[in-house]
Design a protein around this ligand. Structure first.
Ligand SMILES: [Ca+2]
Length: 202
């Protein structure tokens, strides 16, 4: 590996100075991979680019822990970024995301009254940086008269918990579920989620 900088001679690091920065993504089938650096100053630094089993087959599914009543249901949002529309939140695909500038709300219409036991909020599974999002959750039987079931609080998403946060909804009966994002972390003023899963009891 050679470290290149516009104003310096190439620097060859000593043994032990090498560091690995895995880049994960979906490579279903490929023979060639091209790396391009857009950062100013330092150029790309590559020692090896092994294509690992995780690269070829990243985690692309959610835990099989019951029927997700939110799957395929209609979602609306107060705001969303281009090509990151709210319907991505219930499409079952962990790689499709909704993103909106805060404050923002997303509302899922489950289509009928259900007894809600749990809601899981997912960031993209391969999101690598811990993220705090301040949010609350309210539910409604008729689209109005909402009651708050989760009070506003900072929620931490990080890889150690698979970028997911779970909330107990205690069997509350409702048809509509709204997640309200009051603020995001201190880096970007937007909220982001990849998927919302809701579990119910009979
Ligand atoms: Ca999705």
């Amino acid at each position: 590996m050679c470290l290149l900088h516009p104003n310096r001679k190439p620097h060859w690091p000593a043994p032990g100075e090498l560091r690995a920065s895995p880049i994960r993504g979906r490579l279903r089938s490929a023979r060639y991979a091209r790396l391009r650096s857009a950062a100013p100053g330092w150029g790309a630094q590559v020692a090896k680019n092994p294509i690992t089993e995780e690269t070829l087959h990243p985690q692309t599914h959610f835990p099989d822990d019951g029927e997700n009543a939110a799957l395929g249901t209609t979602v609306s949002s107060s705001v969303y970024a281009a090509d990151e529309e709210p319907q991505a939140l219930t499409d079952g695909d962990p790689d499709t995301v909704w993103r909106g500038r805060t404050p923002a709300e997303v509302t899922i219409d489950l289509g009928k009254l259900l007894k809600l036991t749990r809601i899981d909020l997912h960031l993209p599974i391969n999101y690598r940086t811990a993220r705090t999002q301040t949010l609350s959750i309210s539910v409604s039987k008729d689209g109005g008269n909402a009651i708050t079931v989760i009070e506003p609080a900072p929620v931490i998403f990080q890889r150690s918990n698979e970028n997911m946060s779970t909330f107990d909804l205690k069997g509350t009966e409702a048809r509509y579920v709204t997640i309200s994002f009051e603020e995001s972390d201190n880096v970007k003023n937007y909220a982001i989620l990849a998927e919302i899963r809701i579990f119910v009891s009979q």
